[in-house]
Design a protein around this ligand. Structure first.
Ligand code: ADP
Ligand code: MG
Length: 699
């Protein structure tokens, strides 16, 4: 076989970027900073978005939040100093004016701009205090007598870094694309599967997205629905799916202790519960016990709406492990929730003679040492926060790990947990509980490494929460309502949901509301709960509320998950228009847990936009967590739903789970066939899209 100099057997794609003419060590280093080390990395370094400078939008048609190109005459230029120096330019077109604002500018720039000049500007339009404006638009001066030349095609914007400009990057990518091998060599999806999907060719798709042709349909490209984009989104989803699936296969091949158990502890717990399991709980317990008895690790997600009774399912699984002589770790994302689990578990397990060990981040010194020792000595049940995952915590015989409210953890943490076995080939079984019902589409892509069980039935006797939306202008009426409710002996949550980066600001907002309610409700016991309070204080407050000693609990969203106080029957949620539906549903799930009819008041700041109105409407109409999650996915996207927007775990390069959900069944079919019959292509596909990312790292 003829050797191609500098190229690997697998083709031009795996050659280092330096093999491209004009890429020296300095440029290669800059490319390396954005993760581009091989030629194929360039091919798959896809644009984040496009800028449309192919047309001019009349000022009359501008809308806030959109990017646009506009043409107008400078009417006035003003150098101001409100808070910081700024340059303001009024741009006029017919009867409309747009304000351009610059905060970074030099004197020459300021002096160049004169009334009467024509400017062609591109930027994001936003709604300022006095109408529409553009902050730091790109602009150039044009001759008023000659129609300006516009771009022939959309301009792609690639992810980049300081010291590597768009143009230079686009240039290298173009050179890289010139090295694309012929289609059969580039294509990793086997031909028979590809034919069934009716997808565009890969090479053509790559050439298109990096530099859309002048005659390309602009709107489809901007929306991400052009066949070239669909092709790449499909391949990216496929790569993600394959990586999760192969991770799961790798874990499945390991050994785990068989936790069949004798059933004697479980029978005693069931007899003491005071209620019978629902049909759905029984079915899910059956699925979990079946997996636990196998000698390969269980990887199971149990999803069930708020209040569906997941905790008791977890307790039964834990007992199967204890009966078999193994340890169980139960982890929750917040200390408050972990503490509550400790209490439920202690109440259920101490009558059976089982101590519940506690391990949280705040624990220090001797207490921590003693806890570590007991865990190392084989304490049967350990409850805590993710402090359980930290180094230095070692278990004698860990057989089962239970993670509650999974969506706060995410894929990376799931991996870290699996590493916590006994170091040998043996790994613990894993049970994940989530109250965020995961739409089928998301489960297929984000949870393909887990089997899913659903508790799709609520315990009997629950009354649906009556939900209304009320403008914050009517806040005093709502407080009046609270007064009446408290007089009737009902307990109330008032949730402060200021969305701020800092826990301190959130706490302050809650303090202000707390003071307001204390004043408005004399003779009523109003307490405060927020994340900045000491763990002991939080627990004491929560306990007092649970015991009925407090009438009103003013809280931040710390109470979002897991809190269980059946007597609370009224909830007021501030700024509800700013929260995701799934989150509102979680919060609302804190009431309606007892036999009294419950109410939820969604306070909003008027005016409500169309989308916000629609979202609150969904919540008033339904209590079905699955329907709510589906709508949330449509309206806000997966990052919001899974709570991973900040950590970017759902970050795709081209795919968008909400937009491309229709591709997922096909992704799953092709994935199945590839894992079974084309393992090599599968690995290369994962490698191509995920490279050395943790997802693909050792499970
Ligand atoms: P979640 O699924 O939201 O975690 P929990 O496990 O906290 O729900 O259960 C909610 C409440 O319902 C608890 O007070 C629990 O004891 C109770 N519960 C659970 N299962 C049943 C059942 N089958 N019948 C009656 N009450 C139940
Ligand atoms: Mg729970």
């Amino acid at each position: 076989m003829a050797e191609r100099p500098g190229l690997d057997d697998a083709g031009a794609g795996l050659a280092p970027v330096e093999t491209i003419v004009g890429v020296g060590p300095v440029l290669a280093a800059a490319l390396g900073r954005v993760g581009l080390t091989r030629v194929q990395d360039l091919w798959f370094h896809l644009p984040l978005r496009y800028e449309d400078r192919t047309r001019i939008t009349p000022l009359a048609d501008l809308r806030g939040g959109e990017h646009a190109q506009v043409l107008g005459t400078v009417e006035a230029v003003e150098r101001g100093f409100a808070f910081r120096p700024q340059l303001k330019v009024a741009l006029r077109e017919r009867t409309h004016t747009l304000l351009l604002r610059f905060f970074h500018f030099n004197r020459a720039q300021a002096e160049q701009l004169r009334p009467g000049m024509q400017l062609l500007c591109y930027g994001e339009v936003r709604l300022g205090a006095r109408g529409l404006e553009m902050v730091h638009p790109q602009y150039r001066r044009v001759d008023p007598q000659v129609p300006p030349t516009l771009d022939a095609a959309l301009s792609p914007v690639h992810p980049t870094t300081e010291g590597l400009g768009q143009r230079r990057l686009a240039n290298v990518i173009a050179k890289g694309l010139a090295l694309l091998p012929p289609e059969p060599e580039l294509e990793l999806i086997p031909a028979p599967l590809l034919r069934r999907c009716g997808l565009a060719s890969l090479g053509g798709a790559l050439r298109y997205v990096h530099r859309p042709a002048p005659d390309a349909p602009v709107d489809a490209s901007m929306r991400g629905t052009h066949p070239a984009q669909v092709r790449l989104a499909f391949e990216e989803l496929l790569a993600r799916h394959l990586s999760l699936r192969s991770m799961r296969e790798r874990v499945r091949r390991k050994m785990a202790p068989s936790l069949g158990g004798s059933g004697h502890l479980r029978r005693r717990l069931l007899a003491n519960l005071g209620f019978a399991l629902t049909g759905a709980q029984q079915r899910v317990v059956g699925e979990v016990l079946h997996d636990l008895a196998l000698s390969h690790p269980m990887l199971r997600l149990v999803q069930g709406d708020v209040g569906s009774g997941k905790t008791v399912v977890a307790a039964l699984a834990a007992l199967a492990a204890v009966e078999s002589g193994y340890q169980v770790a139960l982890m929750a994302p917040t200390e408050l929730l972990a503490e509550q689990h400790r209490r439920s578990f202690a109440a259920w397990l101490s009558p059976l003679g089982i101590e519940v060990e506690w391990m949280a981040g705040k624990q220090q010194g001797k207490a921590r040492e003693r806890a570590l020792q007991r865990v190392a000595d084989g304490a049967p049940v350990v409850v805590g926060t993710n402090a359980l995952m930290q180094e230095g915590v070692s278990f004698a015989r860990l057989g089962l790990v239970i993670v509650d409210e999974q969506h706060r953890f995410g894929v990376q943490q799931r991996l870290a947990l699996r590493a916590k076995g006994d170091g040998g080939d043996q790994v613990p079984h894993q049970l994940v509980l989530t109250a965020t019902p995961i739409p089928r589409t998301l489960a297929m892509s984000e949870y393909a490494d887990l089997d899913v069980s659903s508790i799709d039935e609520l315990p009997p006797g629950r009354t649906p929460v009556h939900t209304i939306a009320v403008s914050s202008a009517r806040r005093s009426e709502v407080i009046q309502r609270l007064r009446t409710a408290c007089a009737e002996g009902r307990q109330v949550y008032w949730v402060c949901t200021l969305i701020e980066e800092s826990e301190q600001l959130r706490a302050q907002a809650a303090e202000v509301t707390h003071a307001e309610l204390v004043q408005a409700l004399p003779g009523t016991r109003v307490a405060l709960l927020h994340g900045r309070m000491k763990a002991g204080e939080k627990q004491a407050t929560m306990q007092a509320f649970k015991a009925g000693g407090l009438a009103v609990l003013v809280a931040t969203t710390v109470i979002e998950v897991g809190v269980d106080v059946p007597n609370a029957s009224l909830m007021v949620i501030e700024n509800s228009e700013r929260l995701g539906l799934a989150q509102l549903h979680q919060l609302r799930g804190r009431v309606g847990r007892g036999s009294t009819a419950s109410d939820c008041v969604l306070l909003y700041q008027p005016p409500l936009g169309r989308l916000a109105r629609e979202r609150l409407q969904v919540l008033r109409e339904t209590h079905d967590g699955f329907r709510i999650a589906e709508r949330d996915l449509e309206l806000r996207g997966p990052g919001e739903l899974l709570g991973t927007r900040q950590t970017g775990q759902v970050a795709f390069r081209v795919a968008d789970l909400a937009r491309d959900a229709h591709l997922l069944p096909m992704v799953q079919q092709v994935g199945e066939a590839m894992l079974g019959h084309y393992p090599q292509q599968s690995s290369r596909l994962i490698e191509r899209w995920l490279g050395s990312a943790l997802l693909y790292a050792d499970a």
